[in-house]
Design a protein. Sequence first.
Length: 570
Amino acid sequence: MAEKLFTIPRQIVFDSNAALVSGAKANFFIAGTLTRQNTFTDSALTTPHANPVIADANGVFATIYIDAALNYKVDITDSLNISLPGYPEDDLTVALISSEITSAFSTTPAILDIYPQTTAETDAGVTPTDFSKEPGYVRRYGAVGDGVANDHPAITDALAANGRIFLMDGGNHKINAAISVADGKEIYGWGRNNTTITTNDTTIDAFDIVSNARKVVIRGIQINPSAAGGPSNAAINVAGALGCAESTFAELDFGAFKHGFDVADLFWQNRMSDIRFQETDIGFNGNGSVGNSINNVFDHCYFQACDTNSLLVTAFKGTQINNCNFGHDGTTTSGSAIDFGVNCFGSAIRGCNFEAFTIAANSAVIVINSASNVTIDSCTFPLNGPASGTAYYIRTAASSQVSLSNCSERSPEANMDFLRVESTSKVTILDDSFNDDARINHPTGTGATSLVQRASKGFQVVSASLDLSAAASKALITVPENSAHVTRIAFIWTEASSSDAGITVTVEAADGSPVYFTGTSSVSQAIWTVEELSFTNTLLVAGDAILLTSAGSKVGAGDVAVLIEYAMDQ
């Protein structure tokens, strides 16, 4: 009769609430029966245990030896004789295939710690190399985790046979090709400080998400290239034609890949949470084109020293960027922290911090391109402007719309303006954010061309008129009781006569500053003509008289009327 040290097949016994079981019972039977069979307290198999063997108050069993020549059935129960999940376990024997015995019984006395080949492993054509490790753990399939051996085959086998896999605690898994991640697969490390994936050269991605994958999870891993400066590699590549959806990427740390994420179209309802994008060229490269990337969330991510853009998306709709930090290494960059390309509808940036950027002249921290609609709320902006020229916190392009509130800069910075509002774009400021109009730039003119308007207690429309044939004259338009911002100025010319053209007409404050519009009168039409104006200033100061002035002295009998719409500030 040969001895064998027994350990519980489930390793540690818990109840259904994951609590250790005080007074648990280990019942041993002849395999396939309810006839009890002895276990022993010593390796010589001379002193039988009581049957069942009863755990102490902490749920710990005494050392148990079994007869290696016998087959056992084991039933682990609680103190009330109710079987715990996974039990009874029948036909425990050392008469297994030789590879299992070699792997599992490498000590004397041997330890029974076997997880037989699963049906899923058989179906996938995967044969474990270490049966002492549970299914799903990559060491079961030959992973070494020493940063030298190629662990790509082991990780690939683990994914082929399991929906959820676990990398090694403290392991550094070197891979020589991208790990392909299919629909529903989950990959877990033991935290980005404990588990690492490292590519073996600078040309390969770390993970490739299979086209049309859903409900993928990648969590708790440091992901590094073999060296910085790869020509096109990504930590996570989602370039398939059908994209990726409803997936979670969390607690990751990306080294110096070309891109942290490289994403094409059909990337929707994915969550990127607690990810560090460090020293990539572009942290998240979402270069969509057909507008089917929808409702993606970035939450508590950290973008540090990304060379070109931290986050670049095109034709992404409903993108939410929440509580993220955007840092830089202090070198001047012509790129931006966030670049919303064309057709990014219904997106938002909330609670984000932008720090240590040194922006090149004419660049911006946030760029919002044509036909994009973005809300920016509760964000703080950086310290470092360009050495010369002007850079901007936010730049808007044609036909874009921005809603802005609760934003601030740490302190006024030389050569940094709040906004650059380009042709036909509109910015609505809902509070006192960026309240120095001198730092709002309209390179193509204000009014009908580009507009910054502030939320108000209400809108007012006022008007005045002058006879162009009279002597030089002035007419009072309004004296606002509260500060306000102009949203529209229009002239109405009446009575046709070429003699009315060319008279200087001005809308200005009574003391001559600021001037909202100055130009020359136009030839009228037979009835009347409305001309929308581009204005050079928007702020109306409480108590300032606003006048319409005309040089007059023309022969014709034409008149001009001015209509001003303004929003009263809160």
